[in-house]
Design a protein around this ligand. Structure first.
Ligand code: NI
Length: 404
């Protein structure tokens, strides 16, 4: 049985929902226009111009050129109150689109394969609606159109450029269209939700030679093999089994010929974890393991280890608000997935380190329409019905958070 709040909320909200749902054709048009012209991180000049043109048209103040291509729109309500930030990332991926749709990418080798085109459309729809309904909220809404989420990361430079200041943002929300969840569902989780993302490059220097005379060499491939195996014991033997973590070597290169012992080997990989107490741990542990094995084998090494994004950690209070809004938007408790968590990374993490906030997943898969390809796949696409649901989520969050 549904809690009694649902009929009341739905009745009260029926006209607002109708107005929001009527934006759907425009949301689709904007999304498809952006989809056709995808741009890589920090190159989103055309996308930013598209956004600025709409904001100007609607009489919304904005600042452009923030962290190169970022745009911050400022929409004050009709009375003083808190400041809510809404984040939308704008960048595409270096992927050649294989979808045969009339809105397919016109930029060869570049594709909106993660749904950020939809994020921009949802944020634009939210901006438009709020600019037409300034009497529906107190305080100010800041919409942050952010570059380069897919790397090297635009959130941090936007914060450094002052995106969270004047007026100072009290809380941040953001969403990701999510093909791991069916359309009509929303994933909301308190605490860690997406993983800290770190990466490394390691070069092992041995001593090359003849494949039949190994005792005169230091075989960098054998050293690399030992290292790869040993690194897998970090998660299984050094990390608390109740704390999730991943160490992946995604790239290994060595050698030139079958009868030549490789002089050097190179490997690269990524590390993921949720618990912030593991910050620095993996960098130190990798160095110990690689160093120890190289020492025992007479090889030398260099390790370039970088922490890319921290974990996305949702604030309990803001998340409670988002969850209650989600419940009223999807109208069924089963539609809100409580423990949606992924080892994927997101630079929304920097915003959530700076101010309390909540990042959530907006279900966008539709099996009946074959819209189930995973994110970053050359055939990725999502059910655009999710766009209006996204706008409804943002608008309802604004009207819940921005009350005097
Ligand atoms: Ni993404």
């Amino acid at each position: 049985m549904l809690p009694t709040v649902f009929p009341t909320l739905t009745a009260q909200y029926a006209s607002v929902r109708l107005a929001l749902r009527s934006l759907q054709p425009q949301l689709m048009t904007w999304r498809r226009q952006i989809h056709q012209r995808p741009e890589l991180g920090f190159q989103e000049a055309q996308t930013a111009r598209f956004i600025c043109k709409k904001l100007t048209q609607w009489g919304i103040e904005y600042q452009s050129g923030m962290a190169k291509t970022g745009v911050v729109a400022v929409i004050p309500g009709d009375r003083p109150g808190p400041v809510l930030g809404i984040r939308a990332d704008m960048d595409a991926l270096p992927i050649h689109e294989l979808n045969e749709v009339d809105y397919r990418s016109q930029h060869d080798g570049v594709m909106h394969a993660c749904g950020h085109d939809g994020h921009v459309a949802i944020a634009l729809g939210t901006a438009y609606y709020l600019s037409q309904h300034r009497d529906s909220f107190a305080g100010t809404v800041k919409i942050l159109f952010q570059p380069a989420e897919e790397g090297p990361g635009g959130a941090k430079p936007m914060i450094e450029a002052g995106a969270l200041e004047s007026p100072r943002v009290d809380a941040m929300i953001g969403l990701h269209l999510w093909n791991n969840l069916p359309l009509g569902t929303i994933g909301v989780r308190t605490g860690p939700m997406m993983a800290a993302t770190e990466l490394f490059h390691c070069s092992i220097q041995g001593q090359g030679g003849h494949g039949a005379i190994p005792h005169q060499t230091v075989d960098s491939i054998v050293v690399a093999a030992q290292i790869i195996n040993a690194l897998q014991t970090i998660v299984s033997r050094n990390v608390d089994p109740l704390a999730a973590a991943v160490v992946t070597i995604g790239k290994l290169t060595a050698g030139t010929a079958l009868n030549v012992i490789a002089d050097s080997a190179h490997m690269s990989g990524t590390v993921r974890y949720f618990d912030p107490s593991y910050r620095d741990f993996f960098a130190q542990r990798l160095d110990r393991v690689i160093g120890g094995i190289c020492l025992s084998q007479g090889a030398t090494y260099t390790l370039d280890y970088r922490a890319l994004y921290p974990a996305v950690v949702n604030d309990p209070d803001v998340t409670d608000m988002v969850r209650s809004v989600a419940l009223s938007v999807v109208e069924t408790p089963a539609g809100v997935t409580p423990d949606c968590q992924t080892m994927g990374g997101e630079d929304m993490a920097f915003f959530l380190e700076a101010v309390p906030g909540c990042y959530f997943f907006l279900g966008s898969a539709n099996r009946d329409r074959n819209l189930t390809y995973p994110h970053h796949h050359p055939r990725f696409d999502f059910d655009e019905t999710a766009l209006a649901i996204g706008v409804e989520m943002f608008v309802r969050c604004v009207e819940t958070f921005c009350v005097r």
